[in-house]
Write a new protein. Structure first.
Length: 264
């Protein structure tokens, strides 16, 4: 596992955007095969998406040969609802880049057969060639996507029931009323994320500090599902200084030293 630490979320977000763009460009330079990426929602990736938009418009990267799969969607929320993840992704990324509409995949939270929708999503990921990179954030309790505490680390895309804590955290998008937050969602599983060749997880702010400490220094556990990244051969966590506030001093120094050595 690598841990990239920057001063603040703005610097961390720029690092992440440039890393993604470099990976897209690297693959485009050696093959005509599409770059397959997993994407997330929430406040964490907004600055990264803004920088990717700038880079696309500046001709520094193209999404014309990129296939994307979003990690989750609420069950029963209309796609047109301003807080659906369909709306979010179009507002903050898809409407501003050159990714073909046919390459965009987001779970249908209103599918008549939710189980089949999830099974078909997994099949579509495999048919696309599997993830080159999965970009995610984490919850305050260490969950990745909507894989709440005690989700199986072998889980795949499925319908999940959201915890009260998650509904309360997300209520800021629903008039601060947890009861307005859908009780269920469709989510890729922990194993779905870990199937990617690379996984990049973003975590900013002091509210994520305990989760980051558990993910990096704690045991791999279904209580903190992002801790499964410990077993991934190419996992990276991108943090700001506030998010690493609960790490041991020697852990912090180690990751800073590793990055400095690799930069030489």
């Amino acid at each position: 596992m690598k841990v990239i630490i920057r001063k603040n979320s703005a610097e961390s977000s720029l690092w992440t955007a440039h890393y993604i763009a470099a990976k897209i460009n690297e693959k485009a330079a050696r093959t005509d095969e599409p770059f397959v990426i997993g994407l997330c929602t929430g406040s964490t990736p907004i600055e990264t998406y803004a920088e990717l938009i700038r880079m696309v418009k500046a001709g520094e990267v193209s999404f014309k040969n990129v296939i994307s799969f979003n990690m989750d969607e609420y069950v029963g929320l209309p796609e047109s609802h301003p807080e659906s993840y369909h709306s979010f992704m179009h507002k903050y990324l898809f409407d501003h880049i050159d990714e073909p509409a046919g390459n965009i995949h987001i779970l249908n939270g209103n599918a008549p057969d939710p189980v089949k929708e999830c099974e078909d999503y997994e099949k579509a990921i495999v048919a696309a060639g599997g993830f080159d990179l999965f970009l995610g954030g984490i919850g305050e309790d260490g969950h990745i996507a909507f894989n709440e505490p005690f989700s199986s680390l072998e889980s795949r895309t499925r319908v999940v029931t959201l915890t009260q804590d998650t509904r309360e955290v997300n209520s800021r998008f629903f008039d601060n009323d947890p009861e307005k937050v859908p009780a269920q969602a469709m989510s890729v599983g922990v194993a779905t994320v870990l199937s990617a060749k690379e996984v990049v997880i973003m975590a900013y702010g002091s509210k994520k500090a305990r989760a980051i400490a558990a993910a990096i220094e704690g045991p791999m556990s279904h209580y903190c599902t992002v801790s499964a990244l410990q077993a991934h051969p190419a996992g990276t966590i991108v943090c700001d200084e506030a998010a690493v506030g609960e790490l041991k001093v020697n852990s912090y120094r180690y990751f800073k030293a590793v990055e400095a050595a690799e930069a030489k």
